[in-house]
Design a protein around this ligand. Sequence first.
Ligand SMILES: [Zn+2]
Length: 123
Amino acid sequence: MTTPRTVTVRTIDQGDVTMTCPPWCDGHADDTLPVHLVDVAHVGRHQEIKLRGVLLWTTALVQYPYATDDARHDVRVYAEQDWHADSYTAAGLVELADTLAVHAERLRTLADRLPELQEETGQ
Ligand SMILES: [Zn+2]
Protein backbone atom coordinates (compact mmCIF):
# COMPACT_ATOMS: atom_id res chain seq x y z
CA MET A 1 0.00 0.00 0.00
CA THR A 2 1.32 3.41 -0.91
CA THR A 3 1.05 6.53 1.18
CA PRO A 4 -1.69 8.84 -0.09
CA ARG A 5 -0.20 11.68 -2.09
CA THR A 6 -1.07 15.21 -1.10
CA VAL A 7 -0.80 18.34 -3.16
CA THR A 8 -1.15 22.03 -2.38
CA VAL A 9 -2.91 24.10 -5.02
CA ARG A 10 -3.27 27.88 -5.22
CA THR A 11 -6.83 29.16 -5.37
CA ILE A 12 -8.18 32.62 -6.02
CA ASP A 13 -10.73 32.57 -3.22
CA GLN A 14 -9.26 30.27 -0.55
CA GLY A 15 -5.48 30.70 -0.89
CA ASP A 16 -3.38 27.55 -0.75
CA VAL A 17 -5.43 24.38 -0.30
CA THR A 18 -3.84 21.03 0.52
CA MET A 19 -5.75 17.93 -0.51
CA THR A 20 -5.19 14.21 -0.96
CA CYS A 21 -5.06 12.98 -4.55
CA PRO A 22 -6.70 9.74 -5.63
CA PRO A 23 -4.22 7.14 -6.97
CA TRP A 24 -5.20 7.84 -10.59
CA CYS A 25 -4.54 11.61 -10.37
CA ASP A 26 -1.70 12.57 -12.69
CA GLY A 27 -0.71 15.53 -10.54
CA HIS A 28 -1.28 19.24 -10.60
CA ALA A 29 1.00 21.36 -12.71
CA ASP A 30 2.92 23.94 -10.69
CA ASP A 31 2.64 26.55 -13.41
CA THR A 32 -1.14 26.59 -13.70
CA LEU A 33 -2.93 29.80 -12.83
CA PRO A 34 -4.90 29.81 -9.60
CA VAL A 35 -8.56 28.92 -9.97
CA HIS A 36 -11.59 29.18 -7.72
CA LEU A 37 -11.78 26.33 -5.21
CA VAL A 38 -14.88 24.88 -6.92
CA ASP A 39 -12.85 24.51 -10.13
CA VAL A 40 -9.94 22.59 -8.58
CA ALA A 41 -9.86 19.17 -10.25
CA HIS A 42 -8.01 15.91 -9.99
CA VAL A 43 -7.16 14.90 -13.55
CA GLY A 44 -5.86 11.54 -14.69
CA ARG A 45 -3.47 10.77 -17.48
CA HIS A 46 -4.72 11.99 -20.86
CA GLN A 47 -5.38 9.27 -23.39
CA GLU A 48 -5.37 10.24 -27.02
CA ILE A 49 -7.36 8.51 -29.72
CA LYS A 50 -5.60 8.97 -33.04
CA LEU A 51 -6.10 7.84 -36.58
CA ARG A 52 -2.99 7.92 -38.76
CA GLY A 53 -1.41 10.29 -36.29
CA VAL A 54 -4.38 12.68 -36.30
CA LEU A 55 -5.88 13.35 -32.88
CA LEU A 56 -9.60 12.53 -32.80
CA TRP A 57 -10.43 12.42 -29.09
CA THR A 58 -8.75 13.01 -25.75
CA THR A 59 -10.04 11.42 -22.57
CA ALA A 60 -9.02 11.61 -18.92
CA LEU A 61 -10.42 10.76 -15.53
CA VAL A 62 -11.56 13.89 -13.71
CA GLN A 63 -13.05 14.79 -10.35
CA TYR A 64 -13.93 18.15 -8.76
CA PRO A 65 -13.72 17.55 -4.99
CA TYR A 66 -14.95 21.04 -4.02
CA ALA A 67 -17.62 21.56 -6.67
CA THR A 68 -20.90 23.02 -5.47
CA ASP A 69 -22.71 20.53 -7.70
CA ASP A 70 -22.46 17.25 -5.77
CA ALA A 71 -22.64 15.25 -9.02
CA ARG A 72 -19.23 16.67 -10.00
CA HIS A 73 -17.71 15.04 -6.89
CA ASP A 74 -18.05 11.71 -8.70
CA VAL A 75 -15.16 10.43 -10.78
CA ARG A 76 -16.02 10.94 -14.43
CA VAL A 77 -14.30 10.61 -17.76
CA TYR A 78 -13.66 13.90 -19.49
CA ALA A 79 -13.89 13.43 -23.26
CA GLU A 80 -12.94 16.09 -25.77
CA GLN A 81 -13.29 15.76 -29.51
CA ASP A 82 -10.71 17.53 -31.59
CA TRP A 83 -11.71 19.12 -34.79
CA HIS A 84 -11.16 16.66 -37.59
CA ALA A 85 -12.58 16.38 -41.06
CA ASP A 86 -11.53 14.16 -43.92
CA SER A 87 -12.97 12.15 -46.76
CA TYR A 88 -12.41 8.42 -46.80
CA THR A 89 -12.15 5.63 -49.29
CA ALA A 90 -13.92 2.40 -48.37
CA ALA A 91 -10.66 1.08 -46.89
CA GLY A 92 -10.06 4.32 -45.01
CA LEU A 93 -13.57 4.28 -43.65
CA VAL A 94 -13.08 0.72 -42.41
CA GLU A 95 -9.84 1.86 -40.75
CA LEU A 96 -11.70 4.73 -39.07
CA ALA A 97 -14.45 2.36 -37.92
CA ASP A 98 -11.88 -0.13 -36.59
CA THR A 99 -10.04 2.65 -34.73
CA LEU A 100 -13.24 3.89 -33.16
CA ALA A 101 -14.29 0.32 -32.25
CA VAL A 102 -11.00 -0.30 -30.41
CA HIS A 103 -11.38 2.93 -28.50
CA ALA A 104 -15.08 2.32 -27.85
CA GLU A 105 -14.08 -0.91 -26.11
CA ARG A 106 -11.50 0.97 -24.02
CA LEU A 107 -14.19 3.48 -23.02
CA ARG A 108 -16.56 0.66 -22.05
CA THR A 109 -13.80 -0.87 -19.91
CA LEU A 110 -13.20 2.49 -18.27
CA ALA A 111 -16.94 2.93 -17.68
CA ASP A 112 -16.99 -0.47 -15.96
CA ARG A 113 -14.13 0.67 -13.69
CA LEU A 114 -15.67 4.02 -12.70
CA PRO A 115 -17.58 2.63 -9.67
CA GLU A 116 -14.33 1.04 -8.42
CA LEU A 117 -12.42 4.29 -8.93
CA GLN A 118 -15.20 6.16 -7.19
CA GLU A 119 -14.88 3.80 -4.24
CA GLU A 120 -11.08 4.29 -4.12
CA THR A 121 -11.56 8.04 -4.16
CA GLY A 122 -13.84 7.77 -1.16
CA GLN A 123 -16.61 9.98 -2.42
ZN1 LIG B 1 -4.99 15.40 -7.65
